[in-house]
Design a protein around this ligand. Structure first.
Ligand SMILES: NC(=O)c1ccc[n+]([C@@H]2O[C@H](COP(=O)([O-])OP(=O)(O)OC[C@H]3O[C@@H](n4cnc5c(N)ncnc54)[C@H](OP(=O)(O)O)[C@@H]3O)[C@@H](O)[C@H]2O)c1
Length: 317
């Protein structure tokens, strides 16, 4: 008999749940947050799909065989003290990748074309042309060259930007210069716009700090250096971002992720004209694509084939 899929996702409405269920080919789905009276232990449940799961959920799943993450990141899963020794599969899909690249390209263009300054001028009814460097005058440095970073790099290059990248392994990526973990400083010294697409791990926590920002390259014609982050908020030090925007170490920022989410109403970040903020919405997971993806992975697993996009637990991503 086929095992149910247990989900621990706090859906904002039941339509999303229905759409997810419709993609799973008739497999029973247990929504642990549906308010129903659930047993203490879910015997016979082999699969779970989660987003920021209740820390103790896994103690209730003695027969778990595969754990799926709603998103590409898995830091929300590693927060549990009771993580079972089963494969963790993260969500990798072109719908997610495309959305992220749209957001990254949008932010780089907003800063290149000084849109915030034109917004201000519009409010002031001021007709004034601003300097207009070309994309080819700007180097975008991407920290994190995984599924998302590589696609963003490709699309930024198509727009004409110079693109360089930095990753733990320094693994080559077609068409861009890649710096390995030990070569952060030379990478930063070339970078006008720094894009963060890193997972949150013990190594990347707090990595985007004043020391890093102070090594970036300034372009005199735009509000730079620019810091753009859509990886995880835990990788950035917001007190440093605020201080660096105040003293000019950073010219402008685009942030989609924050140390605490939602961002506190009294955070000074809201108030900077040169800060573009979005509410962790750069790339949302498409619920139908996610359902098809999970169904495909379960089919592979049950056919004895290898699961895809399994997290390396020793690296934490
Ligand atoms: N804001 C949003 O809406 C949103 C949506 C989806 C995902 N995300 C975030 O984006 C992150 C990246 O996703 P992805 O699918 O591209 O991940 P991925 O394919 O696992 O790629 C991660 C990249 O980061 C690099 N990396 C990891 N640890 C590092 C370290 N200590 N030093 C240097 N480089 C390091 C990896 O290096 P190697 O190449 O050497 O392994 C790899 O290039 C996710 O983890 C998630 O947090 C955010």
């Amino acid at each position: 008999m086929s095992s149910p899929l247990l989900i621990d996702i706090k859906f904002e409405n039941s339509r999303k749940f229905d759409r997810l269920r419709s993609t799973l080919g008739g497999r029973e789905v247990i929504d642990i947050n549906d308010g129903g009276g659930h047993p203490e232990t879910f015997s016979g449940v082999h699969y779970a799909l989660v987003w920021k799961p209740d820390g103790k959920l896994f103690t209730r799943l003695p027969d778990l065989r595969v754990l799926f993450s709603l998103g590409a990141g898995v830091d929300h899963i590693f927060q549990s003290d009771y993580l079972p020794d089963v494969p963790i599969v993260r969500f990798v899909d072109h719908t997610l990748t495309t959305r992220m690249s749209e957001w990254v390209c949008l932010q780089c263009l907003m800063h290149l074309r000084q849109q915030r300054n034109y917004d201000r001028q519009q409010r002031e009814r001021l007709w004034q042309e601003l300097p207009q460097p070309q994309a080819s005058d700007i180097t975008v440095g991407i920290m994190g060259l995984g599924e998302l970073g590589r696609d963003a790099a490709r699309k930024l290059k198509t727009l004409g930007f110079n693109v360089i990248g930095w990753s733990r392994s320094g693994r080559p990526v077609d068409g861009i210069e890649v710096f390995g973990a030990g070569r952060l400083d030379p990478f930063l010294s070339r970078t006008h716009m720094l894009v963060g697409l890193l997972p949150l791990t013990s190594e990347t926590r707090g990595i985007f700090n004043r020391d890093v920002f102070s090594k970036l390259h300034r372009h005199e014609e735009i509000a730079s250096p620019v810091f753009i982050n859509a990886g995880r908020g835990g990788s950035q030090v917001e007190a440093d971002i605020i201080a660096c925007l105040e003293d000019g170490t950073l010219g402008s920022v685009s942030l989609d992720v924050f140390e605490q989410e939602p961002l506190a109403e009294d955070s000074p970040l809201w108030g900077f004209e040169q800060a573009i903020l979005t509410p962790h919405a750069a790339a949302v997971s498409d619920i139908e694509a996610l359902g098809h993806y999970v169904a495909r992975q379960i089919a592979r697993f049950e056919a004895g084939e290898a699961l895809e996009n399994v997290v390396d637990r020793s690296l934490g991503y």
